[in-house]
Design a protein around this ligand. Structure first.
Ligand code: PMV
Length: 328
């Protein structure tokens, strides 16, 4: 059968409900896909023999394989193409990849993993590559290493599987059951960008100075993630919200909050949120606030915009599904 001339694919963004930073040190983390901002990619056949082309429309960057510009945004995609070619998943000529994303970069929503997942899926589709979600996650993880240096693996796992997970580095992946009723969140962007690799390496160097204290905080965060898993599966938004706020307090004690994030978390809490926290690496990026219902999430998003968020949106997470186990 002839391959299709064009293959299109999409991947979600992600939100860590509980457990960022601690997850880098082997503790569990609860993360969910977000069907709000997402990434799209298309792979199309060109003329046989023509070099592979890559186009990142959001950055007005386009190049032929081997001639990637030095811009940071180009590096992961140059690596992605090399991985596809060197592993024999795609030919070394005659196709073009285009990627675009609504997921803001450096914001805690997993933009790197999301764009890479969409790109791999589009190329798999073009060449009929039979790779499932776990293999996609492995491919995205390889690209994440270019973005982040020492990623825990949570981002690639949740965007590739597209399901709520309890992720623990090196351990069997647990897909979360439920929640029986959807959870409603407001996600607000502080407008300040972080570089995940820099924040993670700063936390690592500060941990070297105060290992016992940092490890105690990481363990406490891991325990919150375990409790959060149960609260998520029960659909107990009130309990989950309390755990999120406690997680934020612990993250702030590690030095990864910022004045902008504190303002947004506080605003969410006085505006009726069941809990709120920074998401992802911190020192900027997004805050997530849990609401009791969909209308509450919309109200929180408005309140967060009024408090200085550059954007804020309401998101619904959690499909009623069966729990299960899988490979990260
Ligand atoms: O800010 P993001 O979306 O790159 O998330 C980083 C999450 C960390 O736990 C801080 C790092 C990691 O690799 O898990």
């Amino acid at each position: 059968m002839n391959p299709p001339a064009v293959s299109q694919a999409k991947a979600p963004s992600k939100l860590i409900l509980l457990g960022e930073h601690a997850v880098v040190y082997g503790h569990p983390s609860v993360a969910v896909p977000l069907d709000g901002p997402s990434s799209r990619a298309s792979a199309r056949l060109g003329r046989p023999g023509e070099p592979i082309g890559v186009e990142l429309s959001d950055f007005k960057l386009a190049w032929m394989r081997g001639e990637a510009p030095s811009a940071d945004e180009a590096k992961p995609f140059a690596a992605l193409v090399e991985r596809l070619v060197s592993s024999g998943l795609a030919p070394d000529n005659g196709w073009t990849l285009t990627v675009t994303s609504e997921v803001p970069i450096g914001c805690g929503l997993g933009s790197g993993a999301s764009t890479a997942a969409a790109a791999f899926r589009a190329v798999y589709g073009l060449f009929g590559v039979p790779r499932g979600d776990s293999e996609l996650s492995d491919d995205v993880f390889a690209v994440e290493k270019i973005n982040h240096g020492t990623p825990s693996g949570v981002d690639n796992t949740v965007v590739s599987h597209g399901r709520p997970v309890l992720f623990r580095k090196g351990k069997e992946l647990a897909f979360l059951a439920g929640p029986g009723t959807a959870l409603h969140l407001a996600v607000a962007d502080s407008g300040v960008r972080h570089k995940t690799s820099e924040v993670v390496s700063d936390v690592a160097s500060r941990r070297r100075e105060a290992t016992e204290r940092f490890d105690a905080v990481f363990s406490a965060i891991g325990a919150l993630a375990e409790q959060g898993r149960a609260a998520f599966e029960r659909g107990d938004a009130r309990a989950l919200g309390g755990l999120m706020s406690e997680n934020h307090r612990l993250l702030a004690s590690l030095g990864v909050s910022s004045p902008e994030l504190e303002t947004l978390v506080l605003k969410a809490c006085v505006s009726g949120a069941l809990g709120a926290k920074l998401c992802g690496a911190g020192r900027g990026g997004c805050v997530a606030a849990l609401a009791a219902d969909a209308a509450g999430a919309l109200r929180l998003a408005e309140a967060l915009k009024a408090a200085g968020a550059v954007t804020a949106f309401a998101a619904r997470v959690g499909q009623p599904r069966l729990a299960g186990k899988g490979r990260p």
